[in-house]
Design a protein around this ligand. Structure first.
Ligand code: G3I
Length: 301
C-alpha cells in the first residue's frame, strides 16, 4: 500500500488517528486525515464531561460528527472512553457511593446505546490501575464505589451495544511490569468468570526507549483470548523515534490478535505532547521519517 490505512488493511488491520472536530475546518489536517487513516477516535469529544455535561442531559453532537465523517469514508470508529477518573463533569466529581455508581452505569448505558452499532471497539474503562510496583487499582471516586465497578461497566456496555468489542485501556503497560501484570490478572479473572471483555488497549505513549518485551507482553494478553490494540501511540522525537514506531508496528503485525494501531493525533502541532514532536506528520502535514518507517514496516520491510 501507499498509505497507512491501505497498507494496514492489506494486513487485515486498521491504522487510525485521534481527532478533534475543532480541526475539521483545517484543510491540511483533513487532507492528511482522509488520505492516510481508516479509523478514527475522538481525542476528547466522547468523554464523560463532553457527553453528559449535566446529569441526565446528553450531548452527542461532536461525537456524532466524528462518527458520521468516519462512516461516510468507510473508516472504523473507536469509542473513547465510557468511564475514567479524569475528565468527569463537575457534577459527577461531587458524587460518591451508590449515587455515583448509578450515575456511572447509567452513563455507560446511555452513551453506548446512542452509538450502538457504530463503534468497532469501546474503551469501556480507561486507566483504572495504579502506576508503580503495586499492581493494584488506582484510587479514584469510581474505585471507591466498590472493586466490582469495572465488571459492572463492562456488563452494562455489552447490554447496550452487543456488537462492539469491549476494551480495557491503559498506559505504562508497554512491557511486562507490575501494572501490566495487574491488568493481566484482571483480564484472566474476567475471562474465567464470564465477564464480557474482548480487547485490551495499550496506549503506548512512548519516550526515547521501548521495552524489550513489548511484543511478548502483547502476546501474553492475546493468549488469554482477547484482542490487543495499540490505542494512543506517540513517541518522543529523537534518535530513536522512527525505530520505535517501526518496532511497535512490527510487534502488532506479528500478533494475529493485534487488530490495529491508533496514533494520538495527526500532526506534531495537533499533539497533546507539544514540543515532543511525537507524531508522524510535521506541522505542515509533511511525512516524517517516522512515517516512512511505519509504512515500510506495514508493507513488510
Ligand atoms: O474544552 C476546553 C476549552 O473549553 C477550554 O477553553 C480549554 C482551556 O484550556 O480547555 C479545553 O479542554 C481541554 C481539552 O483537552 C480539549 O482541548 C483540557 O483543558 C485539556 O486538559 C484536555 O486535554 C486532553 C487530556 O486527555 C485530558 O486529560 C488531551 O487533549 C487529550 O489528548 C488527552 O488524552 C488522554 C487520553 O484521553 C487518555 N490517555 C492519555 C491521553 C493523553 O493525556
Amino acid at each position: 500500500g501507499t498509505t497507512l490505512g491501505t497498507s494496514a488493511a492489506e494486513k487485515g488491520r486498521y491504522f487510525g488517528a485521534a481527532v478533534g472536530t475543532y480541526k475539521f475546518n483545517d484543510n491540511t489536517y483533513m487532507t492528511v486525515l482522509n488520505r492516510e487513516f481508516n479509523s478514527l477516535v475522538a481525542e476528547n469529544e466522547m468523554k464523560w464531561d463532553a457527553t453528559e455535561p449535566q446529569r441526565g442531559v446528553f450531548n452527542f453532537s461532536a461525537g456524532d460528527r466524528i462518527v458520521n465523517h468516519a462512516r461516510s469514508r468507510g473508516m472504523k470508529v473507536r469509542g473513547h472512553t465510557l468511564l475514567w477518573h479524569a475528565q468527569q463533569p463537575g457534577w459527577a466529581q461531587g458524587l460518591s457511593g451508590g449515587d455515583l455508581r448509578n450515575a456511572a452505569i447509567n452513563h455507560v448505558t446511555q452513551v453506548a446505546s446512542h452509538f450502538r452499532g457504530q463503534i468497532y471497539s469501546w474503551d469501556v474503562v480507561n486507566e483504572a490501575f495504579a502506576d508503580g510496583g503495586s499492581g493494584a487499582r488506582r484510587d479514584s471516586n469510581l474505585q471507591r464505589t466498590g472493586n466490582d465497578w469495572i465488571e459492572a461497566a463492562f456488563r452494562a456496555a455489552r447490554a447496550a451495544d452487543p456488537g462492539a468489542k469491549l476494551c480495557y485501556n491503559d498506559y505504562n503497560t508497554d512491557g511486562i511490569n507490575a501494572k501490566s501484570t495487574g491488568i493481566y490478572n484482571m483480564v484472566r479473572d474476567f475471562k474465567q468468570r464470564g465477564v464480557p471483555i474482548d480487547c485490551v488497549g495499550f496506549q503506548s505513549h512512548l519516550g526515547t526507549t521501548i521495552a524489550g518485551d513489548y511484543q511478548a507482553n502483547l502476546q501474553r494478553f492475546a493468549d488469554l483470548g482477547v484482542d490487543v490494540e495499540i490505542t494512543e501511540l506517540d513517541v518522543t522525537q529523537g534518535g530513536n523515534q522512527a525505530n520505535i514506531y517501526a518496532t511497535v508496528t512490527r510487534a502488532c503485525l506479528a500478533i494475529s490478535r493485534c487488530t490495529g494501531i491508533t496514533v494520538w493525533g495527526v500532526r506534531d502541532c495537533d499533539s497533546w505532547r507539544g514540543s515532543d514532536n511525537a507524531l508522524l506528520f510535521d506541522c505542515a502535514g509533511n511525512k516524517k521519517p517516522a512515517y516512512t518507517a511505519v509504512l515500510d514496516a506495514l508493507n513488510g520491510g
